[in-house]
Design a protein around this ligand. Structure first.
Ligand SMILES: [Zn+2]
Length: 239
């Protein structure tokens, strides 16, 4: 199925981020296969075995061994008119590198089969064995998904619910007061050390990123603020 909305919410955010990044670099991608049912996986497994074609997967449907069945993977294709899988100019490797730069896993790094269109969330490993032992079936895993993250509005104005440190990247280094521009300094509770954004400080949300279960927002100014930290909301949208 080509429905991005059936994928893990973190993967949905990563795909949106990757599409922006690819656009900036002049790489036009489309998203193809997303979540796959048991029957769909079995049909793919048959290809190159009991049905004609090249082998495209080592995963049988009933074993839940494809990341697609867990909503953790999608395949991209080329969308610039040169052919969906035309790769003589290294297109797929370029996109794979960008995907890895934002924390996605890439099937182009696999050995058997090499799967250049395949992107996945790597938190659970490059196979599904950890998922199978922890959850058994994809259904059970999907019940643990937190879709609230998808409610964040890119371009919306948010305000902080507590003082919080600004960072140079999601969960990365804190911003030093001395390095901050004046309009950021004006919103800090302290005038030395690290910038601590006041409670109620407003910002425009440009991007959302997840790291270790916490959610971070990139402001227009490029710095990152916590949106949700240890399950507590740290920023809410202004009415
Ligand atoms: Zn795939």
């Amino acid at each position: 199925m080509r429905d991005i909305k059936q994928l893990h919410p973190q993967l949905q955010l990563k795909i949106a981020e990757l599409q922006l990044l690819c656009k900036k670099k002049g790489l036009n991608i489309g998203i193809g296969e997303c979540l796959r049912t048991v029957a769909e996986q079995d049909a793919l497994y048959a290809q190159g075995r009991t049905k004609p074609g090249l082998k495209v997967t080592n995963a049988r449907g009933s074993t839940y061994s494809s990341q697609h069945q867990w909503g953790l993977a999608c395949d991209f294709y080329r969308n610039d008119g040169k052919g969906a899988f035309y790769d003589s100019d290294g297109f797929f490797t370029k996109v794979g590198k960008l995907a890895k730069s934002i924390g996605l896993g890439w099937g182009g790094d696999w050995k058997s089969p090499v799967d250049k269109p395949h992107l996945y969330l790597p938190q659970w490993g490059s196979t599904t064995s950890a998922l199978r032992s922890a959850y058994g079936t994809p259904d059970k895993f999907m019940r643990t998904w937190d879709n609230t993250i998808l409610n964040y509005k890119i371009g919306g104005t948010y305000r902080t619910t507590k003082p919080c440190y600004l960072r140079l990247s999601p969960a990365g280094k804190k911003l030093d007061y001395k390095d901050a521009p004046d309009y950021i300094k004006a919103k800090s509770t302290k005038q030395s050390g690290k910038v601590s954004f006041k409670k109620g400080a407003t910002f425009v949300l440009m991007e959302v990123a997840e790291k270790n279960g916490n959610y971070w927002g990139r402001m227009k100014t490029g710095y990152w603020v916590p949106l949700r930290y240890k399950s507590a909301l740290r920023a809410i949208i202004c009415k």
